[in-house]
Design a protein around this ligand. Structure first.
Ligand SMILES: Cc1cc2nc3c(=O)[nH]c(=O)nc-3n(C[C@H](O)[C@H](O)[C@H](O)COP(=O)(O)OP(=O)(O)OC[C@H]3O[C@@H](n4cnc5c(N)ncnc54)[C@H](O)[C@@H]3O)c2cc1C
Length: 685
């Protein structure tokens, strides 16, 4: 493409003059702090002066020290840093070396943290994901999935036998749930585990090619064990002497010899091959041909088989056992939501720093301006920066709740964590996936250089939307949960903490919007957290009430499955709306709890942008029900642009406060200083 400055055809000259005229119209000379140009000077602006240190201190959370240890360790070991170009085979070996060195040389034992201090575990996962996302996922497979299944679905005997080997990596393992024909629908898995009462063993078998375990992390190269999810079948225990299918259970199956590493008899493994991303993780496909394992290898916390082949369980039905089994695996979702925010922080930091550095065009006879001074660039990046802050606090809350759940086993907290982890995992990972592309675009051509990271971040992170539960499927769990609570409300039941607002407010949200407040357009009102939360909750309550009525109507003719499908998009919108309400509530709380007044003021600005941008993006919904009048909609739009502009003034400090070391950012264009120098050096100047 021709560059319009170097080769101005007459049409291009006209375009250039138009841009320059536009610059004159839109901008007036800058105030000192913004470092650029100011937008429509219609308001009396206050310059904020955030302290990066104080902001960072508040954001950091309690586990910064262990993260710093991880960064220092990898910083000191260039041989363990992932280069930009690396083959799949080398990447897999490097990832294994990285994980082994972390455990055996740096002395960081993620598995112990997972069991004893989950919030520290998630901080470790975020930090190693910053070193290489493949490493973060490889570690997640080993400790959270393979280790987590043994600890959470097994009993004391399993812990005694396997804990140390998992912890010190003598027992690298896999989590083998997904099959070729079934991923999301776990209840339909076909691998069987048939009890043989004569030998006191289970026989693990893949009955057809559709039941081949697929995508199993750690299987292609490194795994020695797998926790295999299979239907537990008891011969002669069903009606009329038939076999009884007791549903999906997990079994520990050794897959490779501990000494020689060769495949064990009856186990066939093939490599899933080169992937779009995460090529440091060795995903494999496994077929089992009548592999025998001891009865003790059943992970028997929720269901057991006695020596004489009788089934016992504290849970009365197959569905309850299934829910309990899958429920124990929510830790993976918590980790993904949390790590996804970590990836978003990296992408936003690179995009914002570069957009501040990069200068293109400007008013006549004036220096060129930073591209972040363009309203369009602010519109792309500032609400994203605000969302990153919002998700930071929301996922921090999720991690705290998860830790509380593990400590107390309280039913209400369990309910809360299950729905919230499903919702935040899907909402945050989808948002991050979209945003990485926007960040790439906002850095122009230099965003396309592999060294500047967006390609690998996008490719590695993309699958976060699918594994540990496909996002569309998980959002339906959130919607289902909301509907359940809605029904309970009318039966006088209790609501868990996060859902409490529905009880408190359903009736007021569902009454006709107040025509007077619908017209209020003052900045104080629009920036009042009460108005913002009210708007989010009003939308959720309406969506909930209307979808409940639609489901009831359609189920009469379509049955419950058909009715659900007829309302599916509505249900997904409901789930997202609810998650957004929770995210906003947690952000508002975080602002209010911030002890330093200066920092609080900056966070309040960022929070206001998050809230108003979301309201503006969904303004049609609010207008449709006259929750906001036309004048108010216009005021929201104007204020959102203005807040984006204000956040631009503190954008550098906001990304610096993420406190990500160069080891994690790596992109030359995303460096805090001398970015151009580092970039030119990279290509050899
Ligand atoms: C890199 C990678 C690593 C993985 N690691 C592991 C691992 O270690 N262990 C393991 O067991 N698994 C692993 N998986 C598998 C992963 O968990 C599954 O891919 C995931 O659960 C989704 O299942 P699926 O791929 O079969 O998709 P499907 O369930 O077939 O979904 C396909 C599409 O249909 C849609 N869809 C499905 N059901 C519904 C519905 N009810 N309503 C609306 N839409 C629907 C989905 O949104 C999606 O768009 C991995 C996958 C990958 C790619």
């Amino acid at each position: 493409m021709d560059d319009i400055r170097q080769n101005p055809s007459s049409g291009d000259e006209v375009a250039l003059r138009r841009i320059q005229r536009l610059s004159l119209h839109l901008y007036t000379p800058s105030e000192p702090h913004s470092g650029g140009l100011s937008l429509l000077p219609c308001r009396a602006k206050r310059n904020l002066s955030p302290s990066v240190e104080s902001l960072s201190e508040y954001m950091r959370g309690p586990h910064r020290e262990i993260q710093a240890r991880i960064f220092e360790f990898f910083q000191s070991r260039p041989d363990l840093q992932t280069p930009v170009e690396i083959s799949m085979a080398e990447h897999r070996q490097l990832c294994m070396r990285q994980m082994t060195a972390l455990v055996r040389e740096a002395g960081i034992r993620p598995f112990r943290y997972l069991v004893e201090n989950p919030s520290a575990y998630f901080a470790i996962a975020e930090a190693v994901g910053g070193v290489d996302i493949s490493l973060g996922i490889k570690m997640g497979v080993q400790f959270s999935l393979w280790g987590g299944s043994v600890i959470n679905l097994g009993t004391k005997k399993h812990k005694e036998k396997y804990f140390d080997g998992i912890d010190n990596l003598d027992y690298p393992g896999c989590f083998a749930m997904t099959e070729l024909h079934h991923g999301s629908n776990v209840q339909a898995l076909q691998t069987t585990a048939i009890f043989d009462p004569i030998t006191d063993e289970f026989v693990i078998n893949t009955p057809n090619d559709g039941a081949i375990k697929w995508w199993i992390g750690n299987a292609a190269v490194h795994g020695k064990f797998a926790s295999v999810f299979a239907r537990l079948v008891l011969p002669l225990q069903g009606k009329g002497g038939k076999s009884a299918d007791m549903g999906i259970h997990a079994f520990i199956v050794p897959i490779r010899d501990l000494e020689t590493h060769s495949l064990l008899p009856g186990v066939e493994i093939h490599d899933c091959g080169h992937k779009v991303g995460l090529n440091g993780v060795d995903n494999g496909a496994l077929r089992f041909s009548h592999v025998r394992v001891s009865r003790d290898n059943l992970l028997n916390r929720f269901g057991d088989v006695s020596r004489d082949g009788k089934y016992t369980s504290s849970l009365p039905t197959v569905n309850k056992r299934f829910a309990a089994t899958l429920g124990e695996l929510v830790g993976g979702r918590v980790g993904l939501a949390y790590s996804s925010v970590g990836v978003l922080k990296i992408a936003v930091t690179i995009a914002v720093r570069y957009s501040l550095l990069r200068q293109q065009f400007g008013p006549p006879r004036k220096p060129e301006v930073s591209v972040l001074d363009y309203q369009s660039q602010q519109h792309r990046l500032m609400p994203m920066l605000a969302s990153t802050y919002a998700f930071h606090f929301a996922t921090q809350y999720l991690v705290d709740k998860y830790s509380e759940m593990k400590k107390t086993n309280d039913d209400q907290v369990i309910g809360d964590v299950h729905a919230l982890s499903a919702g935040l995992k899907s909402y945050v990972t989808s948002y991050t996936a979209r945003s990485i592309s926007t960040c790439r675009e906002s850095c122009g051509g230099h965003g396309y250089a592999a060294v500047n990271r967006f390609g690998i971040l996008r490719n590695d992170h993309d699958i976060f939307q699918t594994f540990e539960g496909d996002n569309t499927v998980l959002l339906q769990q959130v919607a289902g949960d909301l509907l359940k609570r809605y029904q309970e409300k009318f039966k006088g039941g209790t609501l868990t903490m996060t859902w409490n607002y529905l009880r408190e407010s359903m009736s007021s949200y569902l009454s006709q919007p107040n025509p007077v407040t619908a017209r209020w357009e003052g900045e104080d009102h629009l920036r009042d957290p009460k108005f913002q939360l009210d708007a989010f909750r009003h939308r959720t309550s309406r969506l909930l009430q209307s979808v409940a009525a639609r489901l009831q109507k359609h189920s009469k003719t379509l049955g419950s499955f058909g009715a659900w499908n007829r309302c599916l998009n509505h249900l997904l919108t409901l789930a997202e709306s609810h998650i957004e309400s929770v995210v906003l509530a947690k952000f508002i709380e975080a602002v209010q709890n911030c002890p330093d007044a200066n920092t609080r003021e900056v966070l309040k600005l960022v929070c206001d942008l998050y809230a108003l941008d979301r309201i503006w993006k969904d303004i049609g919904t609010y207008r449709n029900v006259d929750y906001v009048a036309p004048n108010k909609a216009k005021a929201i739009h104007k204020l959102t642009d203005y807040l984006s502009f204000q956040v631009r003034g503190v954008a550098r400090e906001l990304v610096d406060a993420f406190d990500l070391p160069d080891l994690v950012i790596r992109a030359p264009i995303g460096m805090a200083s001398e970015a151009y120098e580092q970039y030119t050096q990279h290509v050899g100047f």
